[in-house]
Design a protein around this ligand. Structure first.
Ligand code: HEM
Length: 416
């Protein structure tokens, strides 16, 4: 029996490892090309154009591949070298058309517009194509795999392990687990997160999966409503995040009971019921994932909600570069100056990637809080749990409650 359990655990770990690997493995050369991501640039011979753009450069840019932004070209903006105004065939002493376009491309042209705002004067942004293709390519594909892989792993887990049942005889007594305000905070968080997840996926995946089915007009309506919901419901999520942090942080500091709980794999595979306080180590991991990842999603979301007002990435990259970590990990030196649009593009990618990770974690949480475990849902449903369930899953917490009340289970009421 034990062998079979080890085998099943092994299978699940293998599936998770494969899903994890497929998501995090660097894209192959073919994928990198498809994504337009940074591919090493071949040496291009520019002698024929005197160092200026060649057809090859143009073709690379059209394919979304990296082009040569070398210092010679980005600073070759003409005006200093323009022929004098009185010379024959002179350039009137100013920049020629290609010089002007190059100036725009490298954000060095003297542009004035009637539109105000930090991004108004950026007329050409090279890396925009890379972002667009990454968003429609690897982000969507691997994000989708992660969610489907998680659902598949949970289904497999359910088929192999089945529902976690209450082992001992039920007492018929119930014990209060979460107060009304705690359940309100939880459901505000859960409801808003689910809405944000669905509407976020509609915005990201709609072009690929919904337009071919329903056409542009119907999708435009759904996308508009989705965007409205997404932008406004985000406030409920942030409020709920603060609520659950304030209410539950004291119960989520790691301690040594967590190590024992983890050593026994939470008792999920026949290891008995390791003792736990109000939250076990697994739940603490969920809590901190929600706080840290949910917090990061909120901050990048705010940056997107107020475009160009909250640039985060150039500053963050500068701090990271100063630690030397990106280079050590093979990412090279991260860009420390970016156009306002580029800031938004990084914010969008980060927002989506972290959301995918949190969605996968939350799918597992929803499973174990509902169909996966007998008696768990009551904790958030009515707030009252069967005493036997509490003893099996949170024995130290039950003792604490008893000691606090100095009598048999707090708020215990006979079952009807
Ligand atoms: C329909 C969806 C959901 C169900 C059925 C559900 C169920 C539950 C249950 C039963 C508990 C209490 C566990 C216990 O008594 O020990 C709980 C706790 C919690 N829930 Fe949910 N939940 C859902 C969605 C969410 C979402 C979307 C989030 C966050 C984005 C979330 C975050 C949490 C956190 C942080 C806790 C405390 C730690 C833990 O128990 O893991 N829940 N949930």
């Amino acid at each position: 029996m034990r062998d079979i359990r080890h085998f099943i655990l092994g299978c699940i770990m293998a599936v998770l490892a494969v899903v994890g690997l497929s998501v995090w493995m660097p894209p192959s050369e073919a994928n990198a090309q498809e994504a337009g991501s940074v591919a090493a640039e071949p040496e291009i011979d520019r002698s024929a154009t005197g160092g200026a753009t060649t057809l090859e450069d143009i073709m690379r840019r059209q394919q979304g591949l990296q082009t040569d932004d070398n210092a010679t070209r980005s600073t070759n903006l003409g005006s200093a070298e323009g022929a004098g105004i009185t010379d024959q065939l002179g350039t009137l002493g100013g920049a020629s058309d290609p010089d002007l376009w190059r100036g725009m491309r490298f954000n060095a042209a003297d542009v004035t517009t009637q539109v105000r705002g930090p991004a108004a004067e950026v007329l050409i942004q090279d890396r925009g194509m890379w972002w667009l293709q990454f968003r429609e390519g690897p982000l969507l594909t691997y994000g989708g795999y992660l969610l489907l892989g998680t659902l598949g792993a949970l289904l497999l887990f359910f088929l192999l392990r089945g529902r976690v049942m209450i082992d001992g005889p039920k007492t018929g007594r119930r014990i209060e687990r979460f107060k009304h305000v705690e359940r309100f905070g939880h459901w505000l968080l859960a409801g808003s997160f689910i809405l944000l997840g669905i509407t976020g996926l509609v915005s990201l995946m709609g072009r690929k999966f919904m337009i071919p089915v329903m056409g542009h007009e119907s999708y435009a309506l759904i996308a508009g409503v989705s965007k409205w919901i997404h932008n406004n419901v985000s406030w409920a999520f942030m409020l709920a995040l603060v609520m659950i942090f304030v209410m539950w942080v004291v119960h989520n500091f790691p301690d040594k009971t967590d190590l024992k709980w983890l050593a026994k794999g939470g008792g999920l595979f026949g290891g008995g019921h390791p003792p736990a306080k109000k939250f076990n180590a697994g739940q603490k991991m969920i809590f901190w994932s929600v706080i840290v990842l949910g917090g990061s999603i909120s901050v990048s979301g705010l940056s997107l909600l107020f475009p160009f007002e909250l640039p985060l990435f150039a500053k963050t990259f500068a701090i990271l570069n100063s630690t030397g970590l990106p280079e050590m990990l093979g990412f090279g030196i991260l860009p420390e100056t970016m156009t306002p649009h580029e800031e938004m593009q990084y914010a969008q990618l980060w927002h989506a990637i972290v959301s995918f990770v949190l969605m996968a974690i939350i799918l597992a949480h929803i499973y174990i809080g509902s169909v996966g475990m007998e008696g768990a849902y009551d904790a958030m449903g009515s707030g009252m749990v069967e005493e036997q369930w509490a003893k099996e899953h949170h024995s130290l917490w039950v003792e604490e409650v008893k000691q606090r009340d100095n009598k048999a289970p707090s708020g215990a009421t006979p079952a009807e």
